[in-house]
Design a binder for this molecule. Structure first.
Ligand code: MN
Length: 728
């Protein structure tokens, strides 16, 4: 186990101004806190946080990160508290350890593959300080390195999770070295045979190519030093996991892989990089299409390097990556490289304050989206960006639920289950009672309080942010409307039975359902309430022998079958209701009325809207008021004018007429209207401008033809500048 002074020495090596006292206190505190706890390997538990800290010293991270690593399991696994850590180590470190504790809770949640993406985002969202993620990745890396002590089942689960969540996360943070190691450790655990096969093949290849690689390495080094370039040339090979991936992806055998070996050339300056390329390309022919300059155009994760492939010694294809040492550091360690104390320079505490430089770098890579060179890159970064818009919450049982930012406990409830949402009456957030409309925060544990018989208030629809909640609330509202219809239907049917000297009962109606071709009593009642079914037919179905008085006003001459807008109802006869409204397509006992404010006139295309309490209200199809019923198709009825019975009647319509502000203009308009045989009900005059007055005219016409003729006449007047029909 690492000694106290060893840890301090490691940090001091790259950061001479490290706070030794702080590091020592953390060492002693964590050692005492973990006490006699043991790891699966039998080692003292405390060895684990120390190793995690050691991994991070390799990335040359700041004191706070190293201390947070040493303390990372204390709150969750020992008697320590956040308050205590704040007190002893300060708020900054307290916050980091707290973030790690939150992430540790994630480990308790089952992580199915479909949740993997959520988890990656969750990690990013919860860890608002990038250093929390760095410790978390180091924590996972150490756990993966010591995985052999864990039982086989658990081992596989952890390896799969590492492959699904942590390795891609490291990649996304540009930490290629971390990613490679996590992937290869997972690969060996999950597919030991495949890993062994690739190891064996690599061994054989290394033996047969070893000489060649050395030769190329030497030739390259010599050629460069001849030109006075100080370069470090290193042979490199693909990792077993990336070889496996490529074999899988391209369905090819090991022998067909051409790019297992390559070379990396590291030089002091950018200028040197281009000089290296000059030397290489003069000496060996390059393979067309393989030259890529990521120095002048970096990848958006800040990867910079020049790639080329040449036909080298022995006609061997040789892949080269040329970069500076600094670029190499970034390629290996990504985000962590930016958090370093570069070149062992003095500590810049500003740099790693809450808005750390690393975090700014992350932001910048996101901003650089449009420079993406592949759609995958673009997607990756879009996803990264997404975490700003999401919150991640838990159910009391540990289920993770991702919601858009701004989501409320109502959204959460519907995400858990529609029934939970429909019956929600209250919420507890992190154990405290909270309003259903509070905004949820990352990591909140949300418990929904439900009550039977509760239905969601329609107003919720505009307060929730998820589509699922909105649709469910709408559906529940619709069901409530349906209940209103069946209530209305029950009243109508009960009265119809009474008129026939009978008593209505649900049981009798149930027996008659086949005759009405309906599934349930509710269906029948709602149909009557909606006006799709005539209450007399219900009586007749229950008592087939009964003689019914058809309502006298019921017209039989134009009986036709017609389909209602909801498509389900056949057989609707024409109605001349007691009020004499000439509308066809209705059947039943509902009152009919026209929408106020310039209703419909014969000839207009019309629809009927079922309106509880009012019956059927007729609107012209162009009426803007109809939009409020767009999402309630069950209320729409297909209706037509009964032109014959309409003849001779007058129908109200509203016109907006703009006239010049001249003496006699109003009289002129009134005369035209009178001459065409229309009535003026009322006139409202408003000043439009100094020269123009707006007349709002409520008039009565026979039909659309009449109205159109009137409008044409009005437009022909020199004092009239505009005529418009107004629909409320
Ligand atoms: Mn740990």
């Amino acid at each position: 186990m690492m000694r106290q002074y060893e840890l301090v020495d490691r940090v001091r090596k790259y950061n001479p101004q490290a706070d030794e006292d702080l590091l020592n206190r953390a060492y002693v505190y964590a050692m005492k806190a973990h006490g006699a706890q043991k790891r699966a390997s039998g080692d003292p538990y405390f060895s684990h946080p120390l190793e995690v800290a050691a991994i991070l010293t390799g990335l040359r991270l700041d004191d706070a990160t190293i201390v947070a690593a040493v303390l990372h399991d204390t709150i969750e696994d020992t008697a320590s508290t956040r308050e205590e850590i704040d007190q002893i180590f300060g708020e900054e470190i307290g916050r980091l350890v707290d973030g790690l504790t939150k992430l540790k809770r994630l480990d308790l949640v089952s992580k199915q593959a479909e949740q993997a993406e959520n988890f990656r985002r969750m990690l990013l969202a919860v860890a608002d300080d990038i250093r929390v993620l760095l410790v978390k990745l180091a924590d996972r890396l150490h756990n993966m390195r010591t995985l052999q002590y864990v039982p086989p089942d658990k081992r596989r689960r952890i390896a799969q999770e590492t492959l699904d969540i942590y390795a891609p996360l490291a990649g996304r943070m540009g930490m290629q070295a971390m990613r490679d190691e996590l992937e290869n450790l997972s690969f060996r655990t999950l597919m030991p045979e495949a890993a062994a096969m690739i190891d064996e093949r690599l061994d054989v290849l290394r033996r047969s190519n070893g000489e060649l690689i050395k030769r190329i390495e030497k030739e390259l080094s010599d050629a460069l030093s001849d030109r006075g370039i100080t370069a470090e040339v290193k042979g490199r090979e693909k990792t077993p996991y990336s070889i496996w991936r490529k074999m899988e992806r391209k369905s090819i055998g090991f022998e067909q892989l051409s790019d297992i070996f390559g070379f990396r050339v590291m030089v002091p300056t950018i200028e040197d990089c281009y000089r290296v390329i000059g030397v290489v390309h003069t000496r060996w022919p390059n393979v067309p299409g393989r030259f890529k300059d990521y120095i002048s155009t970096p990848k958006q994760n800040d990867y910079r390097s020049i790639h080329t492939t040449v036909v080298g010694p022995g006609s061997q294809r040789v892949e080269l990556q040329v970069r500076t040492r600094e670029m190499n550091e970034v390629a290996d360690n990504g985000i962590a490289a930016h958090a370093l104390y570069k070149d062992g320079h003095t500590v810049d505490t500003e740099r790693l304050s809450s808005e750390s430089r690393a975090y700014l770098w992350l932001r910048r890579t996101i901003d650089a989206l449009n420079q993406g060179d592949t759609p995958e890159d673009f997607l990756e970064h879009t996803k990264l960006e997404l975490f700003h818009d999401q919150v991640f919450c838990f159910s009391p049982k540990g289920r993770l639920i991702a919601l858009p930012r701004g989501a409320t406990p109502i959204d959460f409830a519907y995400a858990v289950h529609t029934d939970v949402g429909n019956h929600a009456v209250g919420a507890r957030i992190n154990g405290h009672i909270a309003p259903l409309l509070s905004e949820l925060q990352n990591g909140d544990e949300v418990q929904i309080v439900t009550a039977e018989g509760q239905t969601p208030p329609p107003a919720w629809e505009s307060l929730v942010v998820t589509g699922k909640a909105r649709a469910a609330i709408r559906r529940a509202t619709r069901d409530a409307v349906r209940e209103q219809y069946s209530g209305l239907g029950r009243q109508i049917v009960t009265r119809a039975f009474e008129r026939s000297g009978k008593t209505y009962s649900d049981d009798r109606l149930k027996a008659a359902l086949p005759r009405l071709a309906r599934q349930s009593v509710e269906d029948v009642l709602a149909a009557v309430g909606r006006g799709e079914m005539y209450s007399g037919d219900v009586v007749k179905a229950v008592y087939p022998d009964i003689a019914l008085d058809r309502p006298a006003a019921r017209s039989t001459k134009s009986a036709k079958t017609k389909k209602a807008a909801n498509g389900a109802t056949p057989a609707a006869a024409s109605v001349e209701s007691a009020t004499g409204i000439p509308i066809r397509g209705l059947r039943g006992d509902l009152p009919v009325s026209f929408a106020p404010n310039g209703g419909a006139v014969p000839g207009d295309r019309i629809v009927g809207i079922l309106t509880p309490g009012e019956g059927v209200v007729i609107y012209p199809i162009q009426s803007p008021a109809l939009t409020q019923f767009d999402d309630q198709p069950e209320r729409w009825l297909d209706v037509r004018w009964d032109v014959e019975s309409a003849s001779g009647s007058l129908f109200p319509v509203r016109l907006l007429v703009s006239v010049l502000n001249e003496p006699g203009a109003l009289g002129n308009v009134a005369t035209v209207i009178g001459e065409t045989g229309a009535n003026i009900d009322s006139v409202d005059i408003a000043k439009h401008s100094d020269d123009v007055r707006d007349l709002m005219l409520d008039i009565e016409v026979h039909d659309l033809k009449h109205l159109n003729a009137l409008i044409a006449q009005l437009k022909a007047q020199t004092v009239v500048s505009r005529v418009e029909r107004v629909n409320g």
